[in-house]
Design a protein around this ligand. Structure first.
Ligand code: FES
Ligand code: FES
Length: 134
């Protein structure tokens, strides 16, 4: 299987690994296909900017690389912008993923949405209204 240099770089030196102790949004999802798990922590400012984001995963190399890239892409962005991030955009930013590994990139997108949803819930807002689903 051929991985791009960017995938290998993010896999061997993942950015934003760990936990945020005072996170105000936490999301966890499992991949139905392989049983791998991803957890994302968000520190969102009062005006809705993602000040910090970290992730932990029990997942394969492609899951680690996509999470690393996804967290880099949403850091400093507004929640609205972060919600527009797709696994396809993350894969493109990594110069592509082997087709059999595309589903691994879904973990990061879903964990991120779940963490944002948790953030809205903690504020007493209905995430379904903001995300259009949950
Ligand atoms: Fe299992 Fe990608 S999630 S092979
Ligand atoms: Fe499970 Fe890739 S094999 S996330």
């Amino acid at each position: 299987m051929q991985y791009s240099e960017k995938v290998l770089d993010h896999f061997t030196h993942p950015r934003n690994v760990g936990e945020i102790e005072d996170a105000n949004g936490v999301g966890e999802v499992g991949n139905a296909k392989c049983g791998d798990i991803m957890k994302i922590y968000l520190k969102v400012s009062d005006d809705g900017i993602i000040e910090d984001v970290k992730f932990k995963t029990f997942g394969c190399g492609a899951a680690i690389a996509t999470s690393s890239m996804a967290t880099e892409m949403v850091k400093g962005k507004s929640l609205e912008e972060a919600l527009k991030l797709t696994n396809k955009a993350v894969a493109e930013a990594l110069d592509g993923l082997p087709p059999v590994k595309m589903h691994c990139s879904v973990l990061a997108e879903e964990a991120l949405r779940s963490a944002i949803s948790d953030y809205y819930k903690r504020l007493g807002k209905d995430p379904a209204e903001i995300l259009g689903c949950d």
